[in-house]
Design a protein around this ligand. Structure first.
Ligand code: THU
Length: 165
């Protein structure tokens, strides 16, 4: 038996002022999207902004429902919208911001497993990394170089049998 370790890394910025301007701009757009989330049940508002290879920015925010599981996270709302509107255009970056109504969110939001899985598929499709910028309303900002770093040892299409098309 041997222990195998999976290595991942992220950059931590003290606050938004330390961020490169392009990332700060995408984060500001995600923050605005979070303000417009439809989250009457959790009251936890999340916004996402995806920068595409064609320069367009597509936003998403969490959309909740009285039937709780029918809602969708901000990241997938943005990703599915981007892929629907701009098929086959690579995602370059995604910024995500969370707003907590009870206490100012100072810890960067952590995307759920399903969103990481969905974003990984788009990263694989484009064969290029998608940079991820994660923030709360204030304070520390995390930047991951790629989705795969958020989802080590992940399942993807390479595990599936070859399709005979
Ligand atoms: N949520 C997101 O939209 N993105 C995340 O990264 C974390 C959680 C949403 C889902 C739900 O509407 C609410 O936040 C509480 O979980």
């Amino acid at each position: 038996m041997e222990i195998k370790r999976i290595y991942t890394e992220l950059k931590s910025y003290k606050n938004r002022d330390e961020l490169p301007a392009e990332l700060a701009n995408l984060l500001a757009i995600a923050h605005q999207a979070a303000e417009n989330a439809y989250a009457p049940y959790s009251r936890f508002k999340v916004g996402a902004a995806i920068l595409l290879a064609n320069g367009k920015i597509v936003i998403g925010n969490n959309q909740e429902n009285a039937v709780y599981p029918s809602g969708l996270c901000a990241e997938r709302t943005a990703a599915f919208s981007a892929s629907a509107q701009f098929p086959n255009i690579a995602f370059k970056k995604i910024a995500v911001v969370a707003i907590n109504p009870e206490k100012t969110q100072s810890v960067p939001v952590s995307p759920c497993g399903s969103c990481r899985q969905v974003l990984l598929e788009y990263e694989e499709l484009a064969k290029d990394n998608i940079e991820v910028i994660l923030a709360g309303e204030v304070g520390e900002v995390f930047v991951f170089n790629r989705i795969r770093d958020l989802l080590p040892y992940s399942f993807d299409g390479s595990f599936l049998p070859e399709n005979e098309i």
